[in-house]
Design a protein around this ligand. Structure first.
Ligand code: SAM
Ligand code: DTB
Ligand code: SF4
Length: 328
């Protein structure tokens, strides 16, 4: 029998967020026996959250396809032939109708995504009107529109935006193999503008892109050592889309995905960790392990932005089986 590795220093601290995580500490967490890692993640989770509550968001692609960026994972980049057609920004009424339906289906947050490098000012005016309309329906609002200037972030805040999603995606080293059209520092600058404007930050990344465990360690290090932890941390399993450069990357071991969730939970104890993209191809048992590892948010509804997500009835049944309820 192999012995459980000795506790890395200062772990688990529990409730208090730290911003001085070292790669060695995070690596040591990844290396723990799964039972030990999940126990620590659960312990931290319970100090901060009801372990049976899951935050539910709904996604809508308000502007699909034709994106000038070259993110190697993304079906919406104009560089790749994925069958996703470029569309115009949706009309406000159509967005509000979808938001009403999401609210009536039990979502607490409505996230609007646009395939832009950054919004043009004319587009931003439209998005601000959407944000105000969604907010008036009693929903929390979230948007992901690409890079933002400080002024754009302030305009969104004034319109009523609660959260802005902008991911670091991977470690700083691996990032350059995935995206060449904007830098890690560009992303950090946008996150700074969002934080400065007083909008809550939703920031995470993708695993299963062919990165190493060290890259997953580096991604969590970068997220956990931001000046303030993102309030929401989406961990996406790559959805491999035909036509993208990552279409044929070998799938990641689901247990490694669970470990990534657990380490994110421990490193960012007060953040809501979202089991984000990739659930359509994930077993319900793997999803259950993710909840045990401290995930406490999902996207509900049959579509993410352009790819499928489990049907609402399947998610309702899964939550019932696991004894989970929507977070209030
Ligand atoms: N264009 C904006 C941007 O990139 O910031 C907003 C939309 S973009 C689709 C939002 C995030 O979705 C990306 O940062 C990435 O983490 C995630 N994403 C995109 N394609 C994905 C895929 N195939 N699998 C998993 N996550 C994906
Ligand atoms: C995030 O981290 N994951 C969501 C959301 N932010 C906008 C998007 C996932 C997109 C998956 C691929 C697609 O459906 O196009
Ligand atoms: Fe464009 Fe966002 Fe897709 Fe990158 S992830 S190609 S920026 S839509």
């Amino acid at each position: 029998m192999t012995a459980v590795p000795a506790s890395p220093d200062r772990l688990p601290t529990g409730a208090l967020p730290r911003h001085d995580w070292t790669r060695a500490e995070l690596r040591a967490l990844f290396d723990l026996a799964l039972s030990e890692l999940i126990f620590r993640a659960q312990s931290v989770h319970r100090l901060n959250f009801d372990p049976a509550a899951v935050q539910i968001s709904t996604l809508l692609s308000i502007k699909t396809g034709g994106c000038p960026e070259d993110c190697a994972y993304c079906p919406q980049s104009a560089e790749y032939d994925t069958g996703v057609r470029a569309e115009k920004l949706m009309p406000i009424d159509a967005v509000l109708a979808q938001a009403r339906a999401a609210r009536d289906a039990g979502a607490s947050r409505f996230c609007m995504g646009a395939a832009w490098r950054s919004p043009k000012d004319r587009d931003l005016t439209q998005v601000c009107a959407m944000v105000a309309g969604v907010k008036a329906l009693g929903l929390e609002t979230c948007a992901t529109l690409g890079m933002l200037s400080a002024d754009q972030a302030c305009a969104l805040k004034t319109a009523g935006l609660d959260y802005y999603n902008h991911n670091l995606d991977s470690s700083p080293e691996f990032y350059d193999e995935i995206i060449t059209t904007r830098t890690y520092d560009d992303r950090l600058a946008t996150l700074g503008h969002v934080r400065e404007a007083g909008i809550r930050v939703c920031c995470g990344g993708i695993v299963g892109m062919g990165e190493t465990r060290e890259d997953r360690v580096g991604m969590i290090e970068a997220l956990a050592n931001l000046p303030t932890h993102p309030e929401s941390v989406p961990i996406n399993m790559l959805v491999r889309v035909a036509g993208t450069p990552l279409a044929d990357v070998p799938p990641l071991d689901p247990i490694e995905f669970v470990r990534t969730i657990a380490v994110a939970r421990i490193a960012m104890p007060r953040s809501v960790v979202r089991l984000s993209a990739g659930r359509e191809d994930m077993s319900e048992e793997t999803q259950a392990l993710c909840f045990l590892a401290g995930a406490n948010s999902i996207f509900c509804g049959p579509k993410l932005l352009t790819t499928p997500n489990p049907a609402q009835e399947r998610d309702r049944a899964l939550m019932r089986r696991l004894g989970l309820s929507p977070m209030r």
